[in-house]
Design a protein around this ligand. Structure first.
Ligand code: FE
Ligand code: FE
Length: 185
């Protein structure tokens, strides 16, 4: 019993004792961070429909709707990644996302009647994307270090979607700015 599965399924490393200890600590941190982004994505699925509804331009509305679908897939990938590790997701509240969404909501209310509403929505959405990019970048790095290959592939897909969304939002911001500049001529 004492020498049972407990230690064995924690880490595949056969390295030195100290290396195994630090792998355990990193594995724990990895699971914390997975739980954090999982909760962040869940919070985002509640905010994106409101952002889509508020968006003035059709293009921005569609971008938010598309990203909502992607976000739902990202949540499934996080569940798959955790399963692939033989772990379960911890319960955690992502305070970072909570704060970003709170700020976004404030901005949305303040700019409700403004022609800059879409610009405000894009600004807060890009802050969210950058937060996620940072999280997935870190998670990919750790997954690679620990040799979690299946999790790594799934996390890479999430990272790529966040980056593409960020770029898409930049494009929309630029085309909107161009349009507005054109209108005011
Ligand atoms: Fe996401
Ligand atoms: Fe995202």
């Amino acid at each position: 019993m004492r020498n049972g599965k407990r230690g064995a399924n924690k880490s595949k490393s056969n390295g030195a004792q100290s290396e195994e200890m630090s792998n355990d600590a990193l594995h724990e941190l990895f699971l914390d961070e997975l739980a954090d982004i999982y909760n962040a994505e869940k919070q985002l699925t509640k905010a994106l429909p409101k952002m889509a509804k508020a968006a003035q331009s059709q293009e921005l509305k569609e971008a938010f709707e598309t990203h909502l679908e992607e976000t739902e897939n990202q949540i499934s990938r996080l569940e798959q990644a955790t399963k692939a590790l033989g772990e379960t997701l911890k319960r955690k509240k992502c305070k970072g996302m909570e704060g970003l969404l709170e700020e976004g909501k404030e901005m949305m209310e303040e700019k409700d009647d403004s022609s800059a509403l879409d610009a405000a929505l894009i600004a807060s959405a890009q802050k969210v994307e950058h937060y996620e990019i940072a999280s997935y970048g870190t998670l990919c790095n750790w997954a690679e270090m620990m040799g979690h290959r299946e999790a790594l592939e799934l996390l890479k897909q999430n990272l790529a979607e966040e980056k593409a969304t960020d770029e898409k939002l930049t494009e929309i911001a630029e085309s909107t700015a161009n349009q507005q500049a054109h209108q005011s001529q």
